[in-house]
Design a binder for this molecule. Structure first.
Ligand code: GRE
Ligand code: ZN
Length: 315
């Protein structure tokens, strides 16, 4: 069975310092992130993964000065394009965008998709505390619509006020993990999607399709509760739950247990769920084994493994 993994990260070693400067320290997995060559392909082969859709690790080009972000995003995208050329058929890529300069971000989206053949865009959460319902980001979302490619909405490090509030009084290491991969990233990304609905993003951008990882960033579990509270804010509109389910796709990245999978399938359906491993933070072999043994019909297993990604990303 063809296997396409759609949230697979990289970070060229020459950009580690600049990309991770906002966090004060580089991510632990620098070596596998930097490898876009034979080592990465060997990991894919060992797990039975045919295609990795590459993206730069968060926050990519979103935490640098606006004047620098466009050059940084271009350099990161050029490196991904080189890997795709070197391993045709094994790699595709999502464009990193200079979100601090939204007009430049829209221009880079056009360059990456039209000139470099990228199959989607990735946006790492908020940009300087601003979310995608902000009017200044309309050119980027309009570019995604015009190009016909999805936007992968990936978690990023929380705004300082959020990290301070939820980290206060905790051991610094515990605070850092609780507000990121241990919980905070995921609720923030689910909330970002709901902000987009309430802020009218999908009314203004009816063709926009968004992908979120981590088995839906808590949306499958909480969508109907949110719907019952929030839909009354939008009388005369499609319900919040239906809006989310017609604009948002999920990936399993980082999740290899059955209960959340069943919740995602029940609430979103098998046509909106895709395989991803969050490499190198997730274990590709473990994710592949999970998909192989998960309680899915043969038809749904094919949808999650490759058919949905082929259709959405044009792979
Ligand atoms: C991710 O990209 O989702 C990620 C990281 C770092 C640690 C864990 C994780 O970038 O899931
Ligand atoms: Zn990730």
């Amino acid at each position: 069975m063809r296997l396409i993994a759609v949230e697979e990260h990289f970070l060229p070693s020459e950009h580690v310092r600049e990309v991770m400067a906002a966090q004060g320290l580089p991510p632990a997995a620098v070596d596998p992130l930097a490898d876009l060559g034979a080592g990465r392909v060997a990991v894919m082969d060992a797990a039975g993964i045919d295609v990795q859709v590459l993206s730069v690790v968060a926050p990519a080009a979103q935490e640098v000065a606006p004047a620098r972000s466009a050059d940084l995003a271009r350099a990161l995208n050029d490196r991904a394009a080189e890997a795709v050329r070197q391993y045709p058929g094994r790699f595709r890529a999502l464009a990193s965008l200079p979100m601090p300069d939204p007009e430049a971000a829209a221009a880079e989206a056009f360059r990456a998709v039209r000139d470099l053949g990228f199959c989607g865009l990735i946006i790492n959460g908020h940009t300087g505390g601003r979310f995608l319902d902000g009017a200044e980001f309309a050119p980027v979302l309009a570019a995604a619509e015009e190009l016909g490619v999805p936007v992968y909405l990936h978690p990023t490090y929380p705004p300082a006020a959020v990290a301070d509030a939820y980290g206060a009084g905790l051991d610094p290491a515990a605070a850092a993990l609780l507000t990121t991969a241990g919980w905070g990233w995921h609720v923030e990304t689910g909330m970002h999607v709901l902000r987009m609905v309430l802020g009218g993003v999908f009314d203004r951008h009816p063709l926009l399709q968004v992908v979120v990882g981590h088995m839906g960033e808590n949306l499958p579990f909480s969508l109907l509760r949110a719907d019952s509270v929030l839909s009354r804010l939008r009388p005369g509109h499609e319900s919040v739950a239906d809006t989310v389910r017609s604009h948002v796709h999920l990936t399993i990245s980082g999740y290899t247990t059955v209960a959340p999978l069943q919740c995602a399938l029940t609430v979103f359906g098998a046509d909106r769920l895709m395989f991803a491993t969050d490499y190198p933070f997730g274990d590709p072999a473990q994710h592949a084994a999970f998909l192989e043994t998960a309680p899915l019909s043969p038809e749904d297993r094919h949808k999650v493994a490759h058919t949905n990604a082929e259709r959405l990303f044009g792979i």
